[in-house]
Design a protein. Structure first.
Length: 324
């Protein structure tokens, strides 16, 4: 038999055997896309790009960050839910889209539990209350007093209807008994431009996005939504210590795949996320960016999402917030 034909026959037989045994090509064999539901520069986008860079280095495949902002993170999340479950389209599993929206919206084109397979919780992002330095109020107490003096006349920015920044302010508004006017934006960059320019006086946003502006003096921090002061902004009082005991608003950013993605791929992705979060240079970068890394197993993240849906659902109902 011709030597070349023998090699070809052997390869063909090998492929037939692999097919018969259910073997699949090693993952990944092509570029991976990570859907981010917010604009570039937001906390979610920043963390996604850190992960994408490391995944690309580790696996030798291009990892593309695909920003799909709008509609309170619904647009991008729906795309992720409807993607082919092969591990090549991942979605950032953020607190707004996965924890808040299930209650905030009467109808959603996706189900945060049924349509996704959680991979890992990447990081926590406490919400900070910030204002333009020229604003008349310099503390949480003064902000509340100003809002009560002019009910419904003070505008506040958010990253969009249904975002964690929106719902956090709605929670605080209900807690403090004040009326405010909501002005949604598509992301931190747009909102901060208006805030720094003085067109919008106040907003809640995640600490990775606000910390640089607070430190540079472009924004003034009024309070943070953690029960204890953050090591990233140790001089910033908590909302709780500013007269609202128990007030807590901490966002989270994880990553998920479409439901029915093979377990072997999900396990490999989880192991990669945990590996990335434990790398010294990533730890240093996340510390610089004011992220608190989490990691953990797929099961732990799935349980966490369910508990957060219950927690934020209660907050949505108590505050009376509704998607616009």
């Amino acid at each position: 038999m011709n030597h070349t034909l023998s090699i070809g026959l052997a390869v063909a037989i090998g492929l037939m055997v692999d097919t018969a045994l259910g073997a699949e090509p090693a993952y990944p064999t092509k570029p991976i896309r990570i859907i981010v539901q917010f604009t570039p520069g937001t906390s979610t986008d920043i963390l996604a790009r850190v992960v994408a860079q490391k995944m690309g280095e580790d696996w030798g495949q291009q990892v593309i960050v695909d920003n799909r902002p709008g509609a309170g993170a619904v647009i991008g999340t729906e795309m992720g839910a409807k993607a082919t479950p092969d591990g090549y389209t991942l979605t950032m599993a953020v607190s707004s889209a996965f924890g808040i929206n299930p209650t905030l919206y009467s109808k959603l084109p996706y189900d945060a539990i049924r349509d996704f397979a959680p991979i890992a919780n990447l990081g926590l992002t406490p919400q900070t209350l910030v204002t333009n330095p020229s604003a008349a109020f310099k503390t949480v107490k003064e902000f509340v007093a100003a809002a009560k003096d002019k009910p419904g006349q003070i505008n506040y920015a958010s990253l969009g209807s249904g975002s964690t920044s929106h719902l956090t302010m709605e929670m605080f508004r209900a807690t403090a008994g004040i009326k405010l006017n909501h002005v949604p934006f598509k992301g931190s960059a747009d909102a901060h431009t208006q805030l720094i320019g003085g067109q919008i006086p106040v907003m809640f946003d995640a600490i990775p996005a606000t910390q640089p502006h607070i430190k540079s003096g472009k924004l003034r921090g009024l309070g943070i939504g953690t029960l204890k002061r953050s090591p990233f902004l140790p001089d910033l009082p908590t909302i709780a210590e500013s007269g609202y005991p128990g007030f807590e608003a901490v966002g989270w950013i994880g990553i998920a795949a479409p439901a029915k993605t093979p377990a072997a791929i999900l396990d490999k992705l989880n192991a990669e996320m945990v590996k990335i979060l434990n790398q010294p240079d990533v730890k240093e970068r996340l510390n610089t960016l004011a992220f608190t890394p989490v990691g953990g197993s797929r099961a732990e993240f799935a349980a966490y999402i369910k508990s957060e849906i219950a927690k934020w659902g209660k907050a949505v109902k108590e505050s009376g917030a509704k998607a616009e």
